[in-house]
Design a protein around this ligand. Structure first.
Ligand code: 5AD
Ligand code: SF4
Length: 468
C-alpha cells in the first residue's frame, strides 16, 4: 500500500521548538544536567541522540553521573526480558534519589513503554517516575517535559501507533566521524518470536530527498561514515509514492561529497535483491559488510519463526553474495532455544555456521515475549538446554572469527580512525571496511582520517596493526 505523506506537519515541529525555547527560558541562569541510559539496538541509540539534541537546546548539559542529573532518562528495549529487568532494577534504585531531590525528573521511554502492562506496572510499582512516553511521540518530548515541570504531576503519553515520521528535529550525535541515519521505521514481518512489529508499528520509509539532505549536511559537517538504519532496510521505499528501492538510495547517497563510507543494517534474507548485491559491489563507498540475520539453520524452525526462507535458500543467497562481492564480511543474529528446537535442529544451526563462516554472530537465548505467537507455544526449551547450546554455539563461532581474523595478518587494510582506544593515551582505534576493530599506535591528528594499516596480530574480536 503506497502512501502520500506521513510527515509530522511542520507546524507541529514548530510548536515543539517553541516548547524548547520556553524550557530554555525557565532554565536560564541554572546549570541543569541530564543523563540518558540507552538499552537495545542502534535505532534506540539514535533516538537517544535526538533526545540529547532537544535537551541541549533546552539548556541542559549532559553528565554521565545519574546522581547529579536533573533529568534522568531510560530509553528502553523490550526485545528480550533481560533488558526489561535491568530497567526495573535501575528504576528501583532511583527511589531514594527522588525522595531527596523532589525536583528531579525521571523519564522512561522507548519500546518497553509501548506495552500497556509495562506502563501499568511502572505506575503501580515505581510511583517516583515522572514521565512516560513511547516510540511514536518522541518528537513531542519538549512539550512533555514542559508539562511535567509545570504540572508537578506524572505525565503519561503513549500512542499506539501513528505511522508518521518527524523530520527536522535537533539531533546531538556523539562523535563527528560516524553518524546513524534512519531510513525507515517499523517492521511488517512479524517473526513469531519478535515484539518489534507490535511496538514500532508498520514499515514507513523516509523520503529519499530528506535522507539525502541529511547525509549532505553530515558530509558538510565533516562526517566520514554513515550507517543507514531500519529494521528491514531491504524493503525501503515499498511504501513510498515515488518508486525507490534501497539499491536506488545507495546509488544516490554514493554521490554525496565528504562521506567516505556507507553502511546499513538490518537486511532480511527474504528481501535481499540482486540489485542490492550489485549496488554493494558497484558503489565504492558502500562497505563490503552485510549483516544478514539467519536466526536458525533448521528449515523447520525457520518456518515456525515465520522467516519465509529455508536453510537452502539462505545458503544459496550467501553463495551469490560471496561470488559477487569478493571479500565481503558477513555477520548474523542467531536465536538459541526457540520453542520446539530439537538437538537435530540445533545441529543444523551449528552446521550452517560452519558452512557460511560468519565473521561475527550475535547470539541470543530465546526470550519469551508476551503477545507474540511463539510465547504461546507449549514446547518451550528448558533453560539449562538453551544455555548448553548457547555455549556450544559461541565456542564454534569464536573459533571461526579467530580463524578469519588470523587470515588478515600481513594484509594492509583501510581503517577509518575513530579516536583513542579505551584506557590508552597512545593507542588509537578504528574499523576496516569489513567493520573489524583495529588498534594501532598513532597520534592526535589521525581521528577522522582514512589510513592504511598493516595487520600485525589478530584476536577473536579485534586486530592490531601499524600505520604505513
Ligand atoms: N528472543 C531472543 N532474541 C530475539 N531477537 C528478537 N526477538 C527475540 C527474542 N524474543 C533477536 C533476533 C534479532 C535481534 C535483533 O534480536 O536475533 O535479529
Ligand atoms: Fe523482529 Fe523479524 Fe521484524 Fe527483525 S524482521 S524486527 S526479527 S519481526
Amino acid at each position: 500500500m503506497k502512501r502520500a505523506e506521513v510527515k509530522v506537519p511542520a507546524e507541529e515541529i514548530e510548536i515543539q521548538k517553541d516548547f524548547i525555547r520556553k524550557i530554555k527560558e525557565l532554565n536560564e541562569g541554572s546549570l541543569l544536567k541530564y543523563s540518558i541510559s540507552t538499552f537495545g539496538c542502534q535505532m534506540n541509540e539514535h533516538d537517544s541522540e535526538k533526545l540529547a539534541g532537544m535537551l541541549n537546546d533546552m539548556g541542559y548539559v549532559e553528565t554521565d553521573k545519574t546522581g547529579e542529573s536533573d533529568i534522568i532518562i531510560y530509553n528502553t528495549c523490550c526485545v528480550r526480558e533481560n533488558a526489561e529487568l535491568k530497567v526495573y532494577g535501575h528504576l528501583g534504585a532511583l527511589k531514594k534519589l527522588k525522595e531527596s531531590r523532589p525536583g528531579l525528573i525521571i523519564a522512561v521511554c522507548g519500546c518497553m513503554m509501548q506495552q500497556q502492562d509495562v506502563v501499568l506496572h511502572i505506575r503501580k510499582k515505581y510511583r517516583h517516575v515522572d514521565l512516560i512516553f513511547g516510540t511514536h511521540n518522541l518528537y513531542k518530548f519538549p512539550e512533555l517535559v514542559f508539562n511535567t515541570i509545570n504540572s508537578g504531576k506524572a505525565v503519561i503519553d503513549v500512542w499506539s501507533s501513528t505511522g508518521s515520521i518527524a523530520e527536522d528535529m535537533p539531533v546531538e550525535r556523539k562523535d563527528g566521524i560516524k553518524a546513524w541515519v534512519t531510513v525507515m521505521y517499523g517492521c511488517n514481518n512479524f517473526c513469531s518470536y519478535c515484539i518489534v512489529p507490535y511496538v514500532r508499528g508498520r514499515e514507513r520509509s523516509r523520503r529519499e530527498k530528506d535522507i539525502v539532505n541529511e547525509v549532505r549536511m553530515l558530509g558538510q559537517q565533516g562526517y566520514k561514515e554513515i550507517t543507514l538504519l531500519g529494521q528491514n532496510v531491504n524493503s525501503y521505499g515499498l511504501d513510498l509514492e515515488e518508486s525507490k528501492s534501497f539499491a536506488d538510495l545507495l546509488y544516490s547517497l554514493e554521490k554525496v561529497e565528504g562521506i567516505e563510507r556507507i553502511r546499513f543494517m538490518t537486511s532480511h534474507p527474504k528481501d535481499l535483491s540482486q540489485d542490492l548485491i550489485y549496488a554493494i559491489r558497484d558503489c565504492k563507498k558502500v562497505c563490503e559488510h552485510l549483516h544478514l540475520p539467519i536466526q536458525s539453520g533448521s528449515t523447520r524452525i525457520l518456518s515456525e519463526m515465520n522467516r519465509k526462507y529455508s536453510r537452502e535458500q539462505y545458503l544459496e543467497l550467501v553463495g551469490r553474495v560471496k561470488d559477487n562481492i569478493p571479500g565481503i564480511s558477513l555477520t548474523t543474529d542467531i536465536i538459541v532455544g526457540f520453542p520446539g528446537e530439537s538437538e537435530t535442529d540445533f545441529d543444523e544451526t551449528i552446521d550452517i555456521m560452519e558452512r557460511v563462516r560468519f565473521d561475527t554472530a550475535y547470539t541470543f537465548l530465546y526470550s519469551k515475549r508476551t503477545g507474540t505467537p511463539a510465547a504461546k507455544n507449549p514446547d518451550q526449551v528448558p533453560e539449562e538446554i538453551k544455555k548448553h547450546r548457547f555455549d556450544r554455539l559461541i565456542a564454534v563461532q569464536n573459533k571461526i572469527s579467530r580463524e578469519i581474523n588470523d587470515l588478515l595478518v600481513g594484509s594492509v587494510e583501510e581503517v577509518l580512525v575513530e579516536g583513542l582506544s579505551k584506557n590508552s593515551t597512545t593507542m588509537y582505534t578504528g574499523r576496516t571496511r569489513s567493520n573489524k576493530i583495529v588498534n594501532f599506535r598513532g597520534s592526535s591528528e589521525l581521528p577522522g582520517k582514512l589510513v592504511k594499516v598493516r595487520i600485525d596480530a589478530s584476536q577473536t574480536w579485534s586486530l592490531e596493526g601499524t600505520v604505513i
